[in-house]
Design a protein around this ligand. Structure first.
Ligand code: ADP
Ligand code: FDM
Ligand code: MG
Length: 220
């Protein structure tokens, strides 16, 4: 009788195209879960602060070029270098909200249409990483996204790339469990409410989910 072990935190990933509203919604979700009494961290990938992250940042800004497979593996390595601290935080009861994860990793690289860089190839290095308890895909049409202002100056912010990324996200998420597709074309507040419902339900069934799992191979 007595000592109850710490209830683990949840691993919540937010995915979607540029300007789908990921960063805005991550902040809102962090505030909401904090108000509910959870200890919450908000992190993002790429984490541009590490040595690997600095290489990625320079690539995204167009200051340096990198071979397609090579930069892909650096994006993955950037997740691997943080995997242990994520696992520890979750075990210690901290809920982590992640702005982009392995799904962006696989999809943006595969969208380059490099003949030896398929979605299957791109997914491989993600196998074994902490698996999200829930992945929220903020789905937005090209028209809605266009209303949210012009593209920035970074490498993948062009129409052709975004179109291929949109299609590949759909293909990938048809092959994943624990994904919730959120209509991100609604107002900030409406989207936020929809996310709160899904995440509350996920957090509520964590006891039945067991310990944090790891990402497995792509299923057909
Ligand atoms: P992302 O992180 O997915 O690129 P942001 O959260 O940075 O997206 O949002 C991109 C832009 O769109 C910002 O100017 C933001 O204020 C705006 N925005 C985000 N969500 C909505 C929404 N639901 N309706 C209208 N504008 C939005
Ligand atoms: N991106 C992001 C990748 O190509 N691979 C990855 O593994 C991740 C996490 O980097 F264009 C791309 C997606 C996007 C850019 O932009 C990061 P933000 O604005 O920092 O999310
Ligand atoms: Mg963002």
């Amino acid at each position: 009788v007595g000592h109850e072990s710490t209830r683990r935190g949840a691993l919540v990933v937010v995915e979607g195209l540029d300007r789908a509203g990921k960063s805005s919604q991550c902040e809102k979700l962090r505030d909401y879960l904090s108000e509910q009494g959870h200890t919450v961290k908000y992190i993002r990938f790429p984490d541009r602060t590490t040595p690997i992250g600095k290489l990625i940042d320079s690539y995204l800004r167009g200051s340096t070029d990198q071979e397609d497979h090579s930069i892909h593996l650096l994006f993955s390595a950037n997740r691997w270098e943080l995997a242990k601290s994520i696992q520890e935080d979750i075990a210690n009861g901290i809920t982590i909200i992640v702005d982009r994860y392995s799904y962006s990793g696989a999809v943006y690289s595969a969208a380059k249409a490099n003949p030896t860089l398929s979605l299957e190839w791109a997914w491989q290095p993600e196998i074994g990483l902490p698996r999200p308890d829930i992945c929220l895909f903020l789905s937005i049409s090209a028209e809605e996204a266009a209303k949210r202002g012009g593209f920035g100056a970074e490498r993948y912010e062009n129409e052709a790339m975004q179109t291929r990324v949109r299609e590949l996200f759909r293909t990938l998420f048809e092959r994943q469990e624990d994904v919730s597709i959120i209509d991100a074309g609604k107002s900030l507040e409406e989207v936020s409410k929809d996310i709160q419902v899904v995440v509350s339900e996920c957090v509520g069934r964590l006891g039945a989910t067991g310990p944090l799992r790891t990402l497995g191979p792509l299923v057909n």
